[in-house]
Unconditional design. Sequence first.
Length: 125
Amino acid sequence: MTKTSNYSNAGKGDKPRQNISPTEWSNRWDKIYGKKENDMSINKKLEYNTELMVITMEECGELIEACSKTIRCEDYENHPKLIEEAGDVLFMIDLMVKRGLLKQEDLDKRKEIKLKKLKKWSNLI
């Protein structure tokens, strides 16, 4: 089997990812879908939300892969791929908040719940 790309999805129709800043991504979304979600048609909202969820799922999968490789390589601090993928996931969550799919207050409450669980069941905190 020949290696066609540095990307795990090579050969599945995916194009190599461009290095685009979070601001540029946000500007692209705003240009395509408009800044106000209220102006979107129902079909556009559904299309937008579906794409947002799919990309978020893909980014979460890439973060899982980066975590696994970080463990295998025993290279935990400032691992470039881990930074990249964690940043991508954080950006997608920020985009969900910006588009009204999640509320920051709810996420903050959930963080507090997770903190309490970790204090009880883990040595991380």
